[in-house]
Structure formats: structure tokens, C-alpha cells
Design a binder for this molecule. Sequence first.
Ligand SMILES: Nc1ncnc2c1ncn2[C@@H]1O[C@H](COP(=O)(O)OP(=O)(O)OP(=O)(O)O)[C@@H](O)[C@H]1O
Ligand SMILES: [Mg+2]
Length: 281
Amino acid sequence: MSEDQVSTCGPGTGELTLDGSVPVVEITGLWTKYGRTVVHQDLNLEIEQGEIMSIVGGSGTGKTTLLRQMLGLEHPARGCVRVFGEDISEIASDQLQQLRNHWGMLFQQGALYSALTVFENIAQPMRELHVLPEDLVHDAVLLKMNMVGLGPEHANKMPSDLSGGMVKRVALARALALEPKLLFLDEPTAGLDPDLSEAFVALIKSLHRELGLTVVMVTHDLDTLFALSTRIAVLAEKHVIALGPLADLLKVDHPFIKEFFLGDRGRRALEALEEKTSTEK
Ligand SMILES: Nc1ncnc2c1ncn2[C@@H]1O[C@H](COP(=O)(O)OP(=O)(O)OP(=O)(O)O)[C@@H](O)[C@H]1O
Ligand SMILES: [Mg+2]
């Protein structure tokens, strides 16, 4: 951290807290700056164990940058970002490695290594640990493939031979390779047609339930947002202007929130959600 960057976390315990007794992510008074551009100004956000927290906001409001702060890829100009109780910008490198083993990431771009097979892509995070014997890696990869609905017949395929939906499934299997407690999703359904998107949302929902994951997701897709979110954080004016379950946000009187949730797109997605929940009952 350089001199113009000030972490205000104070000392931690030096140990990751994985039992849910502290928020999985705790952001207080965060400022992010690029030169003179202020992206986040006094931003606060807490993410509790087991929830699916979605982050929404207009283009350029700093959603991806906020994810990057949580991953330790950006540093606060001021403020504090704790993950599993530890200050991510002050963390020792061996602990950062340990932390990385507890989270998985699914990014929109560059999701897979194009020169590696499906099997090799999923095996790669396991092999990097250098502790698992090859036969266990083999079994674990097939297990993860099964978890995301991919049969073993796909193991030797190259990414270029897969459909968009399958690429996402392989990327998800890889994100889950080390059995993370925390999963980051950046636009998980971008580029998928509505049917594939719906199937992928159902998959994330069931994995979230079965594995007890905490999920942090950025999405523009309202159907995905409504189907998955436990709570939604709305980013505007450089900070979180509203936070809560969908039902609470619908009552917030703010021009961006009104347009986002109750504009044409929002209304259509809400109608679809209502239809879906009434047929599920
Ligand atoms: N490395 C960087 N250097 C300078 N400015 C940056 C950098 N990364 C992001 N920014 C700026 O920070 C702001 C927030 O960017 P960010 O990518 O987080 O927005 P976003 O909310 O994810 O937008 P989108 O919805 O379009 O993906 C933008 O104004 C962007 O130009
Ligand atoms: Mg972005």
C-alpha cells in the first residue's frame, strides 16, 4: 500500500473467520480513486454468510471496481475492506493465498483457458495447490462436472467446441473446484439466450442451497437479479444508496431506482417473476 492509500481497518485477528460470526465481506468508509477520479466515496456494505448479494447500478458506477476491491485487486484510497474478517489490503501473502482457496470467481470475459481441455481447465486450480494426488484430482474434476450438469463425455473437449451455456458451466465448475465458501459472479448470464440463462440461474440457485455458499453478483439482467438475490445493493452517486430485498427497494423513492425497477424492463421482469412464483405455488 502506498502513502496516499490509508486502510482504516485497524488490526485484525490474523486469522480468517470462516464460521459466519463476522460478515463475509465488510466494507466501511471506502474511497476508490483513479488519479483525480473518485469512483467510490464513503461506501459501506456488509455481506452476510449464506446470502446472495447483488450489486446493481448504471454503467460506470463502479460495480466491477467494487468486486475488484473485494478480491484485493484494487486498494482503498481510504477506508476498509475486510473479507472473512481480515483487511484485504494489509493481508500477508500466505494468507491471501489461503483466502483465494476459499473463494471462486466467475468472470464474464476470459472464462476458460482456450488451449486446455474442459478437464484441464477444471483441474488447474486443484493442481496449483500441489497437494492432491492425480487420481483424486481426476475424481474431483468429474464430480464438479457432474455438479454443473456436464457428463464425463465432455471432459476432453476444447472450449472452442462448447456452446456458450456449456462454457459458463465449465467456468462455474472451475470456480467451485476448491470448494469455496464465497463465490463472485460478474454478469453470470450475459451472452446467454433466455432459456440457457434460466437454466444457469436454476443451477446457481441449487448450488447455493446445497453448498451453503455466500454469493456476490453483479448483473444487468433483471430476471437473473430477481430470481437469485437475497438482497440488492444499489450503487449510485459513488456509494450504496439503497440496500435490501427487492420488495423494500421497490418502495424507495429515487430516480435511478424507480427507473431501474419500475421502468419497462423492470416491469416486464417483475411480471415474469410474479407469474413464475404463482405457478410454482
Ligand atoms: N484502471 C482504471 N483506471 C482508471 N479508471 C478506471 C479504471 N478502472 C475503472 N475506472 C473507472 O472507474 C469507473 C467505474 O468503472 P467500473 O468498471 O467499476 O464500472 P461498472 O459499474 O462496472 O460499469 P459497467 O456497468 O459498464 O461494467 C469508470 O468511470 C471507469 O472509467
Ligand atoms: Mg462492470
